[in-house]
Design a protein around this ligand. Structure first.
Ligand SMILES: *Cc1c(COP(=O)(O)O)cnc(C)c1O
Length: 377
C-alpha cells in the first residue's frame, strides 16, 4: 500500500468535504435545485476573482479559458503582445498563431519575470496592439509576474490586459477590479481545490467591447452565448453539474477562511519550502518565486527525472519535474490549494530520503528543521 500525497502545481489535493459533496447522485442542470447552487457558485467566484464582473464557467481544462480569451477578444490579422517567460506564456503565442493573430513576443529568460517597462516600450513601438497576454504565476518556472504594475500601464490605454491566473488564483493576491485587470482566466484543479475539468474567464466592461467586435471563429467558447445564459443563471451547454457542486463547496471553504488568510498561508508555506531547500544546500530556480510553487535546481550528480519518479513510486509523494528545456534540471514543489504545514513536512521528508538514497551529501532533517523554524515565526 502506498499512501498518496499530491504536491504538484495542479492537480492539487481535494478536501473530503468537497469530495463528499460530489458523491451524491447527479441532478439535472436545468432545475431550481441546480440553479440555486450555480447562483451561489457564481457569486462566490466573484469573491475569489476580487471583481464585480461576470465570471464565466466552461467545462474544459484551463487552456479552454485561454482559448476563450483569444477568440473572443481578437480578429484574424489583429496584433497582440505575448509575454513569454516559460511554457505557459508560449501557449498564448501558440493560441494567437492558431487563429491568425499577429504577435509581438516579449521573450523573457526562463526563471525571470517580465519587467513592466518592457511592456510599456512594446506598446509604444506597436500602436496597433489590442491585447496584452500575461501569465501571473508562470508555473513551468515558478516565477511571479508583477501584474499590478502592468495593469498600471494598460489601465488608461486603449489596450486590454489578459492574465493567466490558472495556478495563482486562490493562492496569491490578484485584484481584478482595483488593479484594473481586464480579463482573468483560471482553472479548477489548482488553487480552487477541485478536480480538473472547469475553466473560468472573467471579463471587464472595457474588454467586453472587444468581445462584440471580435471576428475569430468561435462556438463553444463564445462569450456572448455564455453571457446570455448566465443572465438566466444557466450555461449555454450542459453544466458540469458535479464539478460545479464541488466547486461551490470549495468556494464556501475559501470564503470561510478568507482570501487574506489564504494568501498568508500560501506565503508561510512557500517561505518554509524555500528555507528548507536552502538548508539542504539546494539552489532556487526562479528569480522572483511565486508563493504557490517552488522550483529548485536538481543538484549535480542527481538524476532529476529519477528523483521525481522515486518520490512518487516509493513514497507516494508526487512533485513535478521540469518541462521542455528544464526537463531533469529542476523539480517543482507545490504549496497550492488544500495544503498545510504537514503536507509540506511530508514532501520535504520524502525529498530528503530520496536525495540521501541517491547519494546527495547533506545532513538529514536539515530541510524539515528549517521549515519548522519558519512555521514557528
Ligand atoms: C496549469 C496551467 C495551465 C494549463 O491548464 P490546463 O488545465 O492544463 O489546460 C495554463 N497556465 C498556467 C499558468 C498553468 O499553471
Amino acid at each position: 500500500m502506498i499512501k498518496k500525497n499530491l504536491l504538484t502545481p495542479g492537480p492539487t489535493p481535494v478536501p473530503s468535504e468537497v469530495l463528499l459533496s460530489m458523491a451524491k447522485p447527479t441532478i439535472h442542470h436545468r432545475t431550481p435545485e441546480f440553479q440555486k447552487i450555480f447562483k451561489e457558485m457564481n457569486e462566490n467566484l466573484k469573491y475569489v476573482f476580487q471583481t464585480k464582473n461576470d465570471v464565466f464557467t466552461f467545462a474544459s481544462s484551463g487552456t479552454g479559458a485561454m482559448e476563450a480569451a483569444v477568440v473572443n477578444l481578437l480578429s484574424p490579422g489583429d496584433t497582440a503582445i505575448c509575454v513569454q517567460a516559460g511554457k505557459f506564456g508560449e501557449r498564448w503565442t501558440e493560441l494567437c498563431q492558431a487563429y491568425g493573430i499577429k504577435t509581438v513576443v516579449i521573450d523573457v529568460e526562463w526563471g525571470d519575470a517580465v519587467d513592466p517597462v518592457q511592456i510599456e516600450k512594446a506598446l509604444k513601438e506597436n500602436k496597433n496592439v489590442k491585447v496584452v497576454f500575461t501569465t501571473h504565476c508562470e508555473t513551468s518556472t515558478g516565477a511571479l509576474t508583477d501584474i499590478k504594475a502592468i495593469a498600471g500601464i494598460t489601465k488608461d490605454k486603449n489596450v486590454v490586459l489578459v492574465t493567466d491566473a490558472i495556478s495563482s488564483l486562490g493562492g496569491i493576491d490578484l485584484q481584478m477590479d482595483s488593479w484594473g485587470i481586464d480579463v482573468i482566466v483560471a482553472g479548477s484543479q489548482k488553487g480552487l481545490m477541485i478536480p480538473p475539468g472547469l475553466a473560468f474567464c472573467s471579463i471587464s466592461p472595457k474588454a467586453w467591447k472587444l468581445v462584440e467586435a471580435a471576428k475569430c471563429p468561435r462556438y463553444y467558447f463564445d462569450l456572448r452565448l455564455a453571457k446570455k445564459a448566465l443572465e438566466k443563471t444557466d450555461t449555454a451547454f450542459t453544466s458540469a453539474v458535479t464539478l460545479c457542486i464541488g466547486l461551490n463547496a470549495a468556494l464556501k471553504m475559501i470564503k470561510e477562511e478568507t482570501l487574506e488568510k489564504i494568501f498568508q498561508r500560501h506565503n508561510c508555506l512557500a517561505r518554509a519550502v524555500r528555507e528548507a531547500m536552502k538548508a539542504l544546500g539546494l539552489k532556487l530556480y526562479a528569480k522572483k518565486p511565486a508563493d504557490v510553487v517552488t522550483s529548485v535546481y536538481v543538484p549535480d550528480g542527481v538524476d532529476g527525472e529519477a528523483l521525481v519518479k522515486t518520490m512518487r513510486d516509493v513514497y507516494g509523494v508526487s512533485i513535478a519535474g521540469g518541462q521542455d528545456e528544464l526537463k531533469g534540471k529542476i523539480f517543482r514543489f507545490a504549496q497550492l490549494g488544500y495544503m498545510n504545514e504537514f503536507d509540506i513536512i511530508t514532501g520535504l521528508s520524502a525529498l530528503e530520503l530520496v536525495l540521501a538514497k541517491m547519494g546527495y551529501k547533506f545532513e538529514t532533517g536539515k530541510g524539515v528543521g528549517a521549515a519548522e523554524k519558519e512555521f514557528l515565526k
